[in-house]
Design a protein around this ligand. Structure first.
Ligand code: ADP
Ligand code: ADP
Length: 226
């Protein structure tokens, strides 16, 4: 069975034209799937529904065969890196990363150990006591990634995680995300409007336009065919 299943999912905001219309999509465990498409295509709405932040008007979203509940995503084993879900500025880097562990009531001693390992994983060893404002943009994005990975999630949702970075840093972080995906074997669903980024990172690409899934396939199948 797929890890994630969307079945005929529809969502509109306040009587406007549907942001997502009749979406059916399966995501396999271990897969790196990118939702690609222009601004307004419905990618973020799709991810927000999977995170449990928005509810579909109709249709089903299943995680391991069960409907998505409206509890914090971390409680359901989902790590999120959203642009709108920034670091807490009054907390240290380590406290930010430990936050989902506290939500999940992980014992204190284990928290410190896991935070230290997550910092190593994103190459920020020793920076746990810093405040977010003392880090560069790229480092802050790594902290957000560490926070999403710290509790060994079964699913990680990434919404334009590299959007604010310059090109060189962006390419460096693409390689790191790819490496982490392989190393951890975790399922990742990633949103971008950047076609090159989708091609670099993904096992499969879902192309969205005007709220609809238009194409679905491997990078090769989508872009190498005549
Ligand atoms: P994408 O992530 O592909 O840019 P979105 O899912 O953010 O697309 O948006 C899809 C459509 O839904 C757009 O028309 C957008 O304006 C609208 N939309 C998104 N979020 C809201 C909201 N909170 N309230 C009203 N309309 C929204
Ligand atoms: P408290 O809420 O008791 O004051 P903290 O806010 O200092 O605890 O820390 C929150 C969590 O982050 C704790 O689980 C702690 O073990 C962990 N932590 C704090 N600083 C570090 C660090 N530099 N490296 C690794 N883990 C840390």
């Amino acid at each position: 069975a797929p890890l994630v299943r969307f079945r005929n999912v529809r969502k509109s905001y306040d009587g406007l034209a549907p942001a997502v219309r009749d979406l059916s999509l399966d995501v396999a465990a271990g897969e790196f799937l990118t939702l690609l498409g222009p601004s307004g295509a419905g990618k973020t709405t799709t991810l927000m529904m999977l995170a449990g932040f928005e509810r579909p008007d109709s249709g089903d979203i299943l995680l391991e065969g069960r409907p998505i509940a409206r509890t914090p995503p971390q409680r359901r084993g989902i790590g999120v890196v959203f642009q709108s879900y920034a670091l807490l500025p009054h907390m240290t880097v380590a406290q930010n990363i430990a936050f989902p562990l506290q939500l999940r009531r992980v014992p204190r001693a284990e928290q410190a150990d896991r935070v230290a390992r997550a910092l190593d994983m994103v190459r920020l060893t020793g920076l746990g006591e810093r405040m977010p404002a003392q880090l560069s943009g790229g480092q802050q994005q790594r902290v957000a990634l560490a926070r999403a990975l710290v509790f060994a999630p079964r699913l990680v949702l990434l919404d334009e995680p590299l959007g604010a970075l310059d090109r060189r840093l962006r390419e460096e972080m693409q390689l790191e995300i790819r490496h982490l995906h392989k190393q951890l074997g975790v399922t990742m669903i990633h949103v971008t409007h950047d076609q090159a980024e989708a091609l670099t990172l993904s096992d499969r690409i879902a192309v969205f336009a005007a709220g609809a899934l238009r194409q679905l396939g491997t990078p090769e199948a989508l872009y190498d065919s005549p």
